[in-house]
Every structure is written in C-alpha cells, then in structure tokens.
Design a protein around this ligand. Structure first.
Ligand code: SAH
Length: 495
C-alpha cells in the first residue's frame, strides 16, 4: 500500500463531502476517501488515519476546523458510548435531508436513474396521479427524471420505539441493565433511552429494582451461568397495553410469584408477563419456549384502523407512528378504488396486506416465515377481514403458483428484507405486468438495483418518498411508485 496518498498514523486535513450509510463523514484527502466517524458534510477537519484498504480508509477525528451549521450537541448523554443512534450530532432537519440524498445517490449510482432537480420536487402531486383510477404513465415525468420527495419525518422525533430489549448483567455484585458498549459485549447500566417510549424506560427501571430486591442473578455470557439474560418490554402506543418478557437461562425463576406481584403492583398498565427460556450460548435474544406467567398471551395495538395482536416473539413494526405514514404512502401509491386484486409479497404479519385490504377487492399476502403467516391470519380474523388470503413460502415460488391459479394482480406491493427482491420474483412481476408496483424498501442500494431491473422491463419510476422510521439512526425507508409503461408491448397474461 506504499502508493496510497495517505499513511497510517499520519494526520491530514480532510474535507467532508458526504455521509456514509453507517453515518460516518466521507472525507477526501488528495482524492482518496477516508471515513471519519463523527464528522459531518461541509466540515473541514483534521483526521488521523487508522486503517487502510486499497480504495478507501478509516480515520479518527482529531479536530473540526470548520464546523457545519447543522452540527448540534447530542441530546443523549451516553450517545458516544452506546452506538444505538448514529446521527444525534446532526440536526433533525439535516438528518432528513441527508437521508433523501442517500436515496438520490443510490438511484443515480446504482440504479443509473435520472433524478429530477430540486425545483420539480413537490410540483407533481401524488394525489393528481392517484385520483386517476386508470393512470397513464406520464412520460414527461420520466424525461425529467424520477421525483424524490423530501423525507417524511416525525414532528417529535423522540420516544418513538415501542419495543425495548435490554441485556442484564452484574457490576460489583449489583444487577444492571442497559446496553452493550459500542462494538463489545460489555453491558453498561442505563436508566433512560430517548428513543424509547417513556413507559418502556419505566418498566425496565422497576423490573431492575424488583430483580435486585429478590436477589436475582444476571446471566454471564462468558461463563454461561446466572439467570436473567434480557428483559423485553413492548407497549401498544394506542392501547397503552404493556408486555414484560423475562428471558432467562433456565426453566425456573426463583420467587416467581413475588416477581409477578412486584411487577403488577409497580406497573398497573402491564397486561402480560411472560417467561422465555433461552439456555443456548448465543446472542440471539429469545429461546424457543415462552410461558405466560400472568395475564394475557398477547397485547394489542393499531396501525391506522387495523388492530394487531402482538405476542412475545411476534414481529411488529417498532415505530407505529411512522409505520402509519409509510403504509399510508403505500396505500396512496396503490390508488385503490375498491375492486382491485393486490399481491403483498414479503408480507410479514400482514401489516400492509390488512392496511390495503380496507380499500381493495382481494389481497394475497406471501411470506417465508410460517409463524408470521399464522399471525397474519389471526390479525385478519381479529379485524373481520375476509378478502385476504395468506400463504407461507418464498414469494418467488408462490407468486408464479398464484398466476397458474389465475390470480391477476392490478397492484403488486413488495417490502423485502435488506437484500432486496429475488430476481425470479422481479421476473414474475414483469411477466404479470400489473398496472402498478409499490416498492417499500429498507435498503436504498438494493432498491436502486431492483428499480433498474423493473425499468428495463418496461416500468417507469413515477416517484419516491423516503420515510424516516428510525430518527437519529442511519436507517432509511422509502416507498416507490412504479407504473406500467403502456408503450411497452402488453403481456398476453393480462386482460
Ligand atoms: N411488511 C411486513 C414486513 C416485511 S419485512 C410487515 O409489516 O410485517 C420482510 C419480510 O420478508 C420478512 O418478514 C421476511 O421473513 C420475509 N422474507 C424474506 N425472504 C422472503 C422470501 N424469499 N419470500 C417471502 N418472504 C420473505
């Protein structure tokens, strides 16, 4: 690496030109890229090179010589130690701008898509498109590029999480519960997490007190000994229901009745106290067996008007306020009038399926995890919805099967995991040629890759809306509307 323009251990002045997908500043020194944790775009910095690869390196921030106007003092006192948030040193407005920019960069670099200039943002209204029940693909939009709207953020971007998973440990003989120090498995005690719902903080604090009073020993990861591993708390934002799950290394909780009585007395909002047993030496939180110690097996919450049952282990979106915003956008882009057939690929517990079923003729949801499909079916029953059909299996296999059975979707919604859609699924979508494809994405890079495939197959990207589901972290979700390009020859399958 002798020919690289920078050397390990040396200090350099670096201009910070962007923000990486891990939240580090992207610095340039003599044309070479250095990732600098804690540095912000627009800043002039002094950095020390710590680690080098052929194409780029990592450097520590020594001094900020020119400070970004967007730099703020993080609200959280343990921000640097924790690592759960990555962007608290950037004002919230600037976080939203940076997230939109990440999406734009990915669409351009990976998707090779033209993005409309700032001037056009907001000029084309989505309602104008969605009011048109048989939308023609507007080619003028394409000519000028894809519209990427401003990120939809939270009015109050704090206290948004409905689930806390808190590791427990011991320090000088006392019970502690908090978080793993950044990049390690050392537990640091914590009383308050500013992105958690207040009641989750309260529950963790009380459970810690009760555990200490009862002399409960915490699990020790290295020795694989001790009892209490994690306390998981869930709260329904709309209902106020609270669930507490004690995850233990072993079947028996000593003085369990006193635990239950203590929790019920200190926390009257608690509707469910569960015990999950995990005796494996692993960093996976839950074991296979869950028992109800007291109360109900599930708690309830709502996304919009749809009610969901949440069990100890079932998946539920962690930011219910923004989930409603995200799925509201998906619903708007789906432009349903009541009779449409909709496919929700990667449907999880059916959140989007049920949300769309309120306005669709028939919804088909597919998801690879069997338990999630069982939850989806229960949730459909809970809401008395009969126009939804769920099936467990890989979307790339189930969708062709549905096609053979005669299912012809007007709208296909995909909400894949970070690795994006399976190429076979994209191929099936292109064969089916639904009028609209709504792509909900948690990874801008795989989104850009998949959009390119859909565009090459005869779809136009009408618009993109980033939604901030996880303020102060680097995560970005986006909803994209793709519309069938009528100039591309129709598929014999359809109509
Ligand atoms: N919209 C869902 C969440 C989707 S997350 C909800 O709100 O619940 C992505 C989902 O894709 C996960 O549930 C994951 O289990 C599922 N998945 C991953 N690979 C899949 C595949 N090949 N076919 C179908 N589902 C898959």
């Amino acid at each position: 690496m002798a020919d690289l323009p920078v050397k390990i251990g040396q200090q350099y002045e670096a201009e910070i030109v962007g923000i990486s997908h891990d939240g580090e500043g992207v610095g340039r020194v003599n044309g070479f890229t250095l990732f600098v944790a804690g540095a912000l775009p627009g800043e002039r910095t002094l950095v020390r090179v710590e680690h080098l690869k052929k194409q780029y390196g990592y450097a520590g921030l020594v001094e900020v010589m020119e400070v970004s106007p967007d730099r703020i003092v993080p609200e959280c006192t343990i921000y640097d130690e924790c690592g759960g948030c990555q962007l608290q040193h950037l004002s919230y407005e600037a976080q939203l701008r940076a997230k939109r920019q990440q999406v734009v960069d990915n669409l351009q670099r990976i998707g090779k898509l033209q993005v409309a200039g700032e001037a056009r943002i907001g000029r084309v209204s989505t309602t104008a498109i969605s009011e048109n029940s048989a939308p023609d693909f507007d080619e003028t939009n394409m000519d000028e590029g894809v519209i990427v709207h401003p990120t939809l953020g939270m009015t109050d971007p704090w206290r948004y999480r409905n689930k806390a998973q808190v590791p427990f440990g011991e320090e000088r003989g006392g019970l502690i519960g908090g978080f793993y120090a950044q990049g390690s498995h050392r537990i640091i005690d914590m009383d308050e997490c500013l992105i958690q719902h207040e009641s989750n903080d309260e529950v963790v604090a009380r459970v810690k007190e009760i555990g200490a009073r009862l002399g409960i020993r915490a699990y020790d990861e290295e020795l694989n000994a001790g009892l209490l591993r994690h306390v998981v708390v869930k709260v329904g934002f709309r209902t106020g229901d609270i669930m507490v799950v004690l995850v233990t290394n072993g079947n028996v909780i000593p003085r369990v009745d006193e635990w239950v009585a203590g929790i019920r007395e200190a926390l009257p909002g608690v509707k469910s106290i569960c015990h999950n047993i995990n005796v494996k030496q692993t960093n996976v939180i839950f074991g296979d067996e869950t028992r109800v110690l007291w109360g109900s097996e599930v708690i309830y919450d709502y996304i919009g008007d749809v009610k969901f049952a949440i069990s100890a282990r079932s998946f539920f979106q962690v930011n219910p306020v923004q989930t409603e915003v995200l799925y509201g956008k998906a619903l708007e882009y789906a432009a349903l009038t009541g009779g449409e057939t909709v496919v929700d690929a990667y449907c999880g517990i059916g959140t989007i399926s049920l949300f769309l079923a309120q306005k669709a003729g028939q919804v088909y949801g597919v998801e690879i995890v069997e338990e999630a499909i069982a939850d989806a079916r229960k949730n459909a029953d809970l809401n008395g919805m009969t126009n939804v059909h769920f099936e467990a299996g890989p979307a790339e296999d189930v969708l062709p099967e549905w096609t053979r059975q005669g299912v012809r979707p007007d709208v296909v919604v995909v909400d894949p995991p970070r690795k994006g859609c399976d190429p076979a699924l994209l191929a099936t979508i292109l064969e089916l040629r639904p009028q609209r494809v709504v792509y909900v994405s948690c990874s801008a890079s795989t989104l850009a890759r998949d959009l390119r495939a859909l565009v090459d197959g005869g779809y136009g990207v009408a618009e993109v809306t980033p939604v901030d589901m996880f303020p102060h972290t680097v995560h970005i979700e986006s909803v994209v509307l793709l519309v069938r390009d009528e100039t591309v020859e129709k598929n014999p399958y359809v109509y």
